[in-house]
Design a protein around this ligand. Sequence first.
Ligand code: ASP
Ligand code: MG
Length: 406
Amino acid sequence: MALIVQKYGGTSVANTERIKAVAERVVNTAKEGNNVVVVVSAMAGETDKLIGLAHQISSNPNEREMDMLLSSGERVTSALTAIAVEALGHKALALTGRQAGIITDTVHTKARIERISGERIKKAIDEGYIVVIAGFQGVTEGETEVTTLGRGGSDLSAVAIAAAVNADLCEIYTDVDGVYTTDPNIVPEATKLLRISYEEMLELASLGAKVLQTRSVEFAMKYNVPVVVRSSFNYNQGTLVVEEDKDMENVVVSGIAYDKNQTKITIVNVPDKPGIAAKLFDAIASANLVVDMIVQNISSDGKSADISFTVPKTDSKKALDVTEAVAGELGAERVDKREDISKVSVVGVGMRTHSGVASRMFKTLADHNINIMMISTSEIKVSCVIDLKYTELAVRVLHEAFGLNG
Ligand code: ASP
Ligand code: MG
């Protein structure tokens, strides 16, 4: 008998018809001889709707109260799902994050899970219940305050609960079949990956393949929880996210990701001397800005440099302000900002053992006259910043060049 955690996202519980379909799938899984713990998101659009209501009243609502408000969405779907399971004749028990023993730190709206006491969940399983837990929420130590885990946080709830109860598998149900070699909207030939390593998933998730919340993948990797991403709208096999193995290394590149949510800031003509980058990025870090890529170009006479870096678009105004504020002090000529850029990446654990990935990527882009503005690499990834308008073209030609067209 296996213990399976099944997480259903917003589109899977979008209305009562969908909730009834979820209940059927859950009960069937139990009938096949498994113990099932269910984790649910709020109904599709519900969290955004609640945030909208708060903003109709205040432009800066208190974060504690936002957690009180937003946690209600998942409470609704957990109760409705339990009711639907019971209507099919199976015992069910809905639990809030607090009742499930999900203890977090005190950072409202983006709390971190500190521990989960799986006792109540395990007891209910032993008593024959299908437990349905409200995702995205927890409670602070001493059970005084309700917290939420950040947007998309019910993925994290599910993986953390799976680790706490020692589940054999954590299934994440969504409205796509799994993780693809790239965005099928751009490349119709994209194929579903049957297996992928945590690290690759992390790169693809943080690079914009929005199937799994990044923190949930980090958590799964840390506690070695096998995760399957699959659709609740069909019975197709999904994508299994697990520890890297030898077979995966034979595949040099597993996917092409892109991210249009980047801005490039350039500080032009700063003197090339020790301490300039330190001062600039100290100011950036003090403003709590997270920088992704950094490139420095020295002028031919060696006297001055341009330093460029990228930040998420949402931070671009702040990053520009901070950079302009230190530009004078650093003796820079000016500061430029470019919003019309994107980052395209090739990802694969096979790069650890195969050479030539970067050169093939650069050659492919060059063959299509796509200029590379910035480059960064890691052991399993090569990323290039390019002109935004070539994003789709770049993804298409790279997908083909790396033999991913199905
Ligand atoms: N309902 C929350 C959100 O929309 C959490 C989740 O769905 O994972 O972000
Ligand atoms: Mg989600």
